[in-house]
Write a protein that binds this ligand. Structure first.
Ligand SMILES: C[S@@+](CC[C@H](N)C(=O)[O-])C[C@H]1O[C@@H](n2cnc3c(N)ncnc32)[C@H](O)[C@@H]1O
Length: 290
């Protein structure tokens, strides 16, 4: 078990959620995009017998949440820095979360950023797969199209239903986050939505079939390489040795870019950050097209 209130990404990428919980057998609430921590600090204090996990990928913002939570409810809360998608995929086992809270998620209005939205079909599938049966996902947003996209996206899936006027929603209507205060002051309407997992949902593709192991034998020349949903932007070695080539793998499906390098001497691809075998398999797909 991890006793620290704050757990940075280097540690996170090697731990599974069950080892990070402050209260091992208690229900788990995950607050994605926790921001300054107003919501999690208040809720963790009100519900001391539950685990409250705050996930925020901005290292500066989370420092303010740490201060707030330390004063409020450090014994049942953990604050993590990492991008939500790799965290859900790699650290959270399927069927393990009781509640997922999405308070004012970034709407990513631009069309070219659509794949970063939590309403992207891959993300909806991942979120649904991580909830346990009976678990709930709660959304608050000031963006009506975001709310509609989530409603439409979940309506297409088995095992998850829209639900209104739940006890959790009623309770949290009085708990205002920084963004809720901001939009309310500006007179914007707020949209609240709650979904319950009522049965098994579609397994997430990478849970069903782990990707095969992968090695590289040749270095590609610098340039841009595309293979449908993924692009590898390869740049000449800078601080790397002559046997290595750096690249960014741009994943259009997930809206993420991942730095890494090929090492011809060792015959391997190395990716930085929290990415593991399945991402390396994506590089394999790109290489296959060269
Ligand atoms: C608009 S703010 C809302 C913050 C807070 N929930 C509130 O209501 O005041 C969105 C927050 O989510 C974080 N965020 C956005 N995408 C994320 C992701 N994929 N993983 C983790 N955090 C994310 C941002 O850094 C930002 O702090």
């Amino acid at each position: 078990m991890e006793n620290r209130l704050f757990i940075p990404s280097e540690i996170l990428s090697t731990r599974a959620l069950p080892n990070l919980l402050p209260l091992p057998d208690a229900p788990v609430h995950l607050d994605i995009g926790t921001g300054l921590g107003h919501f999690i600090a208040e809720m963790a204090q009100r519900h001391p017998a539950a685990n409250w996990i705050g996930l925020e990928y901005d290292g500066k913002i989370i420092k303010r949440a740490i201060r707030r939570v330390r004063r409020a409810a450090p014994h049942n809360t953990r604050l993590l820095t990492m991008h939500a998608r790799p965290f859900l995929l790699e650290s959270v086992p399927p069927n393990s979360l009781d509640h997922i809270w999405l308070n004012f998620p970034d709407p990513w209005h631009k069309r070219r950023h659509a794949d970063r939205r939590h309403t992207h079909p891959w993300m909806l599938g991942l979120l649904a797969s991580r909830l346990r049966v009976g678990g709930e996902l709660h959304l608050a947003t000031d963006v009506p199209t975001f709310f509609e996209a989530m409603q439409a996206g979940f309506a297409d899936r088995n095992g998850i239903i829209f639900t209104t006027d739940t006890p959790w929603r009623r309770e949290t209507l009085g708990v205002q986050t920084k963004y809720e205060r901001k939009w309310t002051r500006q007179g914007k309407p707020i949209f609240f939505g709650d979904w319950r997992k009522t049965g098994e949902t579609e397994p997430y593709p990478f849970d069903r079939q782990p990707p095969p192991p992968f090695t590289v034998t040749e270095l590609p020349p610098p340039g841009n390489y595309g293979a449908g949903r993924y692009t590898a932007k390869v740049f000449p070695p800078r601080k790397l040795s002559p046997r290595q080539a750096g690249f960014y793998l741009i994943d259009h499906q997930w809206g993420l870019s991942t730095p890494g390098y090929f090492d011809a001497a060792e015959g391997v691809v190395r990716l930085k950050g929290a990415w593991t075998a399945w991402k390396i398999a994506l590089v394999g797909e790109v290489i296959g097209d060269w």
